[in-house]
Design a protein around this ligand. Sequence first.
Ligand code: SAH
Length: 277
Amino acid sequence: MDLSLKSLTVKTLDELNLKPKKKLGQNFLISKVVYKKIAESIIKNADLIHPEILVEIGPGLGYLIDELKNTNYKLIGIELDKKLAQFLKFKFSSEKVEIKNQDFLSFNLNSFDKVIVFGNIPYSISSLIIEKFCKSYKSIPYAIIMLQKEFGDRLIFQENLKFSSRLSVLVNLYFDVYKHSVISKEHFWPKPKVDSILIELKGKKSPPSKSIEYVTNVLKVCFSMKRKTIWNNLKYLDNSVYKEELINFFSSHMMLNRRAEEIELEIWKKLFSDTFI
Ligand code: SAH
């Protein structure tokens, strides 16, 4: 823990007359060492990728921007908390940093060609943020985000992973997912109950050729009742253009009687490539 960053955080929030809001997941990262590590990874990847912009989700008090503002990259910080956004606008008024007081979930990433996205994000919307990344996968060659440890662990693909989830399949179709490092809860203020994990996402060289809408819809259907077999999830699907196609596919792989969570990533990849029929 970095005592100086902790006292600076407490002091600044006090001056702004702000109390950390649970609803907005406000657990501030107070370790300079961790900030430096995150910034290093962002810069290393940016130098390889040459992104149009760097986008931070929920910059809070702007400590990560402090580490990045002297690079040549254009930065956008998207902060939902009005007072924090005002503070950030003032703090970075003379830098080439743009602060938007907006919900990241409604920020359009698709208009950019290449974006690097990162942040110590509000955990209550982690799943929605990851789904958003998948929907904008063409624009995101690299992302690094902080997640709750258990949640992040479940997204990392392991050869012998017994059960997958809809989100772990989805994210692993579009990104290679890596563990960067585990971050102890001691490095946050207020101190959360659980540890965190930094996860890196790197855009896959060959993502599904089927549309993202198709992929997300099919996964939703197949995982809709997790304890039931694929067949049970598909059989009541009325009409749906793809009902027959899906039944044929899973039956030809002898998987109609398996649960979606037991199906290997390779099978999903095959289903979502254009070549399976
Ligand atoms: N990144 C900072 C703050 C982490 S706390 C740090 O590490 O210290 C999470 C931050 O995300 C808070 O600043 C919170 O106000 C902001 N936030 C919460 N929901 C958001 C949303 N939907 N879009 C953008 N920012 C959000």
